[in-house]
Design a protein around this ligand. Structure first.
Ligand SMILES: Cc1cc2nc3c(=O)[nH]c(=O)nc-3n(C[C@H](O)[C@H](O)[C@H](O)COP(=O)(O)O)c2cc1C
Length: 391
């Protein structure tokens, strides 16, 4: 595939995070079939002490207020090693903490010289700047990370400087907390972004608390803590939404991360408009085997469904999208298949529905009372309910 000028053997990129911080991770990513990696956030100055702390509920959500970033020397060395020891496309996820915007130009040159295949400029990290601001603890001048991605002018200025100083693709990673992510996307594309990297939101969350320990947040090894970046399944639907929203506004290729745990999620993300998919949290929970399973599933799907290429599925779902005042409501009702129904009564429970009734030990739907919401279909464990369209 040609993704924003990058050659990818498939759409899978390991998104920047704890599983892209060492050469051994990148080698494992390649062995398991990833086409590219975005290395862990490189910062010119560490804004505060960084060690990985997270609330982790496997397959559901991760909330992390802190992680170790790479410094510039570590980042450059990781790029060099990745180019020497793998054939992966290497994106460098980075941001500058220098006082002048020109620093982005200097960094772009350094990363290109080290061998990076693309710049993924980090305009999304909510763990500095944004978190403080949301708690009312930031000073007036707070900037960086997600605060950069909220500001179309600043985001575009950074893209422009980076692009003027290197010949590799510039792919800013945007924040879902922007007032209108479409405007930020358009500004970045006008400034020369070859592609965009997206991540679902809401950017920050608070973890659950231990109700038997005086409400202490359920982060391990932490005294006072903070909001944390939220990732994993909990943000999948918002990532779908942001992907579709940006795909409707700009024509450059998108790579989207946020809640991809299975190959089906990856295909769905592409149908919503992503040309490439980023995976991070699933690799923390299941190792790089998660990547191998996603890759195999995607390949099999394409073959079985007769799609000639990955590109053929990109954006297929967008034609169904319209404004809420223009949606088309079909007519129909739920129907219960008596052969499959075990009369468990789950479909009698929904508080808003009086269409399902029990008659002579059998459950049935009164079509004229059915609202057509489909909640009972999701509740039925036996696959006995389907929606029937009326002419
Ligand atoms: C612990 C952790 C650290 C992360 N560090 C970075 C980072 O350094 N730079 C970045 O752009 N994204 C970072 N991310 C975000 C991921 O790259 C990805 O965009 C996000 O987690 C959504 O994808 P996922 O649900 O597959 O994890 C991090 C995610 C996690 C869980």
């Amino acid at each position: 595939m040609d993704f924003a000028g990058l050659k990818l053997k498939n759409p899978i990129i390991i998104a920047s995070g704890p599983t892209t911080a060492k050469i051994e991770h990148l080698e494992a990513a390649e062995r398991n079939g990833a086409a590219g990696v975005s290395i862990k956030h490189v910062m010119t100055r560490q804004t505060y002490q960084g060690k990985l702390r997270c609330y982790s509920s496997p397959e559901r959500v991760m909330v992390f207020p802190s992680d170790k970033r790479l410094d510039l020397a570590e980042g450059l060395e990781l790029i060099r090693q990745a180019k020497k020891r793998t054939s992966l496309a290497v994106l460098v996820n980075f941001s500058s903490q220098e006082p002048d915007l020109e620093a982005y130009g200097r960094l772009a040159r350094q990363f290109e010289e080290a061998g990076a295949d693309a710049l993924e400029i980090n305009m999304c990290c909510p763990n500095f700047g944004l978190g403080q601001k949301e708690l009312g603890l930031a000073d007036e001048e707070a900037e960086g990370g997600a605060l950069t991605g909220q500001n179309p002018k600043l985001a575009a200025a950074i893209v422009k400087i980076a692009k003027e100083n290197c010949s590799i693709p510039v792919i800013p990673k945007l924040t879902p907390t922007a007032l209108d992510i479409g405007s930020v996307a358009e500004a970045c594309v006008r400034a020369g972004a070859a592609g965009l990297s997206l991540v679902g939101g809401p950017s920050l969350a608070a973890p659950p608390v231990d109700i038997y320990q005086g409400g202490r947040p359920l982060y391990p090894l932490m005294g006072r803590s903070s909001f944390g970046a939220i990732t994993g399944s909990a943000i999948r639907y918002n990532t779908f939404k942001i992907t579709a929203q940006v795909a409707e506004r700009v024509k450059v290729p998108l790579t989207s991360s946020g809640g991809i745990d299975t190959w089906e999620h990856a295909i769905q993300m592409m149908m919503w408009g992503a040309m490439s998919v980023g995976i991070c949290t699933a690799t923390m929970w299941r190792g790089f085997e998660a990547v191998a399973a996603i890759r195999r599933g995607m390949e099999r799907f394409l073959e079985e469904q007769g799609y000639a290429s990955y590109e053929a599925i990109v954006g297929l779902s967008l034609k169904y999208l319209t404004a809420t005042d223009r949606i088309e409501l079909g007519r129909g009702h739920a129907e219960i298949d008596p052969g499959r129904c075990k009369a468990c009564g789950a479909c009698l429970k929904p508080g808003h529905c009086d269409a399902v009734v029990a008659e002579e030990q059998q459950l049935k739907v009164l079509a004229d009372r059915c609202l057509g919401c489909g909640v009972c279909v999701g509740l039925c464990k036996f696959g006995a309910i389907r929606m029937v369209e009326e002419a």
